[in-house]
Ligand binder design. Sequence first.
Ligand code: PLP
Length: 385
Amino acid sequence: MSLIQPEKLPFFDHQLAQRPRNFIPIYEPSLGEREEALVVEAVRSGWISSQGKYINQFEQEFAEFCGVREGVAVCNGTIALHLALHALGIGAGDEVIVPTLTFVASANAVHYTGATPVFADVDPVTWNMDPASVERLITPRTRAIMPVHVYGHPAAMPELNALAQAHSLLIVEDSAEAHGAAIGTQRTGAFGQIAAFSFMANKIITTGEGGMLTTDDAALAARCRMLRDHAMPPERRYWHPEVGFNYRMTNLQAAVGVAQMARIDEFIERKRQIAQQYTTALTNLAGVTLPVELPGYTNVYWMYSVLIGQDYGLTRDELIPALRERGIDSRPFFHPLDTLPPYYSATPQPVALRLSQQGLNLPSAPSLTDEQVAYICDVLWELAK
Ligand SMILES: Cc1ncc(COP(=O)(O)O)c(C=O)c1O
């Protein structure tokens, strides 16, 4: 029995709720009675700001899920990256190597510190940062590598870690899209000095907006906790030895996070089943390249993404409106960051550029039904003719 009937609330968005019943969104959060109950409990407790029992619980459970000792909850994934870089002392004059095929937040976080993001090309098969490209970009100013596990497939961490070790570089993982992805038994969030996650509404688990840092380094975690609270040491109130930030997560968000943690394995399992269904149905569709899962790697398919090549009947940009007319939402891949005005390069990385022109994210929410996935695949076959 639901505690609240959303349609009775004064600010309920009836227009959104009235979108066609059979419209399939690119993603939607799966929120249930437990999320509702814990938020209500947090409200009733009065602990609605950044203190309260759910913050610690969420940090501990998420760190344990990633296989690390420390979790630091913050208000979104972008500032999680910024906080990580800042806490590691990265700033003006430094370079951080970022893949060019990622969401803009990865590079913006570097930019906020005063350091320069340097854009590596990506692997044509996994779409992740290409270690060979990274190696070519290392200079005496390079301080860190930021692997992004794009769309849910882990980046080539063994090779990237080896490069980092050989050149004394830090690894800051951007795991915003890859909760639970793994290489062997090691999950993302545990490969570098520190990692950042996002809990925005379209992520594998959500807190509305929200983020988390994970690390095995207790001193680094303590530094991040202090910096997220205006650099106030826990033992000395209103004493600020340096400039910090208000990057705190609220107990309300953490209440949702705790409820989502109880379902994270179920979400990932369902996402992998959906991916399997897509892959089985689309395998022989000419002109469509499917996502991979390298041996030993676990892809969590945050997005089930495909490349639309020349042999398909329509281009990627013709396909998006055609799908929409049939009630199916989709998204193009990110523009490579080295083609965007703030980070423009006259010679953008070539593999990422091609992928960004062909890449398409299909509906990927764990709430998709088998019938919806089958319908999407049927439409893709039909439009190819
Ligand atoms: C790769 C990547 N990095 C960082 C972020 C930023 O996370 P947030 O939206 O929580 O700030 C996102 C997603 O939004 C992302 O996809």
